[in-house]
Design a protein around this ligand. Structure first.
Ligand code: IYR
Length: 221
């Protein structure tokens, strides 16, 4: 029989509208300063900060509250090196043979290529795994809305990393199954995202991108 939750009063404190407006504006400004970073410093980052940002990612909503995610933190230089070598091997093959000309043309202004030195340079990488199913009562039970749930958790994790004063990059080497192997993950997990986490390099530059205007992303009815 499925267990039933105990229901408790919501911890909710209403704010004044002026305060809501101020907070929403400040939070937008704060997150609008986040940029994907590709040049990192090797300056150490305390594990406690990493633990806090992962706890924040773990607060995301998920299908049936199954929390279908595992966050692997890799700080060991030997494992980071192994991941870099494997990621670059896949990326080189992608850039040279798998990606369409159109795709490469779209990436050209961003200046990306198959070299991923940051994987070794950063103090920590977080590899997000999605848990496709759980073993329960001797059977495999699929989780629900796994991509949505893990995507939400990843977004909250990225926001938490930015909020902590650190930089990251949503790196998706493709295919990513080498991460499953290197990190020796169980059969119900699939690699979802690789996030290098650290300080940006002192001379870090980012492309001067723009974000779509509100009128281009919002439709009112
Ligand atoms: N995964 C590759 C290619 C890449 C693809 C997209 I779409 C990007 O926005 C950026 C990169 C890489 O990490 O270089």
């Amino acid at each position: 029989m499925a267990h039933s939750y105990n229901f408790v009063p919501l911890n909710f404190k209403a704010l004044e509208e002026a305060e809501m407006l101020k907070r929403s504006e400040e939070f937008y400004q704060h997150l609008n300063n986040r940029r994907s970073v590709r040049e990192f410093s090797s300056k150490p980052v305390p594990m406690e900060i990493i633990e806090n940002v992962i706890k924040t990612g773990g607060t995301a909503p998920s299908g049936a509250n199954h929390q279908p995610w595992t966050f692997c933190v890799v700080s060991d230089p030997e494992i980071k090196k192994e991941i870099r070598i494997a990621a670059e091997k896949e990326e080189k093959e992608s850039y040279e043979n798998r990606m369409s000309e159109r795709w490469k043309k779209d990436l050209e202004p961003l200046g990306t290529d198959w070299n991923k030195p940051f994987i070794e340079i950063v103090p920590h990488i977080i590899v997000v795994f999605k848990r496709v199913y759980e073993h329960r009562e001797g059977a495999k039970h699929n989780n629900y809305y796994v991509n949505e749930s893990v995507g939400l958790a990843s977004g909250m994790l990225i926001s938490a990393i930015h909020n902590a004063g650190l930089a990251t990059l949503t790196h998706t080497p493709s295919p990513m199954n080498f991460l499953h192997k290197i990190l020796n993950r169980p059969d119900n997990e699939r690699a979802f995202l690789l996030l290098p986490v650290g300080y940006p390099a002192d001379d870090c530059e980012v492309p001067e991108i723009y974000r779509k205007d509100l009128g281009d992303i919002m439709v009112k009815y």
